[in-house]
Design a protein around this ligand. Structure first.
Ligand code: SF4
Length: 324
């Protein structure tokens, strides 16, 4: 059984014309790093939060989400607490927005260790020092006494990673964990996350808009557009030969990591908003391959094509035309 599993998850908010999430299938195995990639507003963060039972108020849901065998949709308070305090932890984008600015780093860490783990004050402090060392902070006793404003963004994100490990989770949910950081610090944080994930055999779901970062950090990638998974493959396959026009568009609009510089090609148009809906493919208005009478009439299902799963009516015929 996968550590994290979404089966046909749909989430509809009141007053919206289309679902935030529409039939999402996604799996993360224990010890596996998986990325969920898409533009802002595509539904990535809602997907990640659903793994902790944190869906928007008033949302109508369908399908299933399980973490380590626990069903999250419609779960009671005891199940939610068990998942949030022992099976899964989340690391958010902006560490300064996720920590109390008037309390010391040590309070932030030891409070969770004492409340959830039932440790004494001395045991909690000893464990907090271990965790700060594990995330690569150079002077754990000093950092334990510091306030958040005395630390850089990169150091504070390491503290947040240490905080996420206080409950010894099996699954780490990382929602754009490096977006607020500079490029060098970004690489350091991703290296810390990947090392912890591999050393401890954790499942990791990385939410990001950066396909190159996802490919460099993860084993498999899911690409999401307008609340639907449109392509999934191994990171190497996806980067080498994208099969969905949206995936190709993401790659074509970001600078290549290797080789000669190339002219960037932005994806035309804007993503479909929640107040818009269409009977066909949600990407049709932006897709250079769109075929009138087909793409604008029925939504493509996620089906095998080119050795992976792709949601595109023309996945087989546009394969050779889609390149970076
Ligand atoms: Fe483009 Fe049609 Fe494929 Fe949608 S189904 S991505 S519009 S070719």
């Amino acid at each position: 059984m996968p550590l994290l599993s979404y089966e046909d998850l749909s989430v509809l908010l009141p007053g919206m014309a289309r679902p935030v999430l529409d039939g999402v299938f996604l799996q993360v195995e224990a010890g596996e790093a998986v990325a969920l990639v898409g533009e802002s507003g595509s539904g990535k963060s809602v997907t990640a939060r659903a793994a902790l039972g944190l869906l928007p108020p008033g949302a109508s849901t369908g399908g299933r989400v399980t973490v380590d065998g626990c069903e999250l949709i419609g779960a009671d308070a005891a199940t939610l607490r068990a998942v949030r305090t022992g099976k899964a932890s989340m690391i958010f984008q902006d560490p300064r927005a996720a920590i109390n600015p008037v309390r010391r780093v040590g309070d932030f860490l030891t409070e969770a260790l004492r409340l959830v783990g039932g440790r004494s004050k001395a045991e909690a402090e000893a464990r907090a020092l271990e965790l700060l060392a594990a995330v690569g902070l150079p002077d754990p006793p000093r950092h334990l006494r510091q306030y958040p404003h005395q630390m850089s963004g990169g150091m504070l994100q390491r503290v947040m990673i240490a905080g996420a490990l206080t409950a010894d989770p099996r699954l780490l949910l990382c929602d754009e964990p490096t977006t607020a950081l500079d490029v060098t610090t970004q690489a350091e944080i991703m290296a810390v996350l990947r090392a912890l994930q591999q050393d401890r055999g954790l499942g990791l779901l990385l939410i990001t808009h950066d396909l190159d970062l996802a490919a460099a950090s993860c084993d498999r990638i899911y690409v999401m557009y307008a609340g639907r998974i449109v392509e999934t493959a191994t990171a190497a396959e996806l980067l080498a030969a994208p099969r969905h026009p949206y995936t190709a568009g993401l790659l074509g609009s970001s600078p290549p990591l290797h080789g000669a510089p190339q002219r960037l090609t932005p994806i035309p148009g804007v993503p479909m908003g929640l107040l818009e809906s269409a009977p066909g493919c949600a990407f049709a208005a932006r897709c250079r391959f769109a075929r009138p009478g087909l793409c604008d009439q029925s939504a493509p299902e996620l089906e095998p094509a080119g050795g992976r799963l792709v949601a595109c009516h023309l996945a087989d015929t546009v394969l050779s035309e889609v390149d970076r």
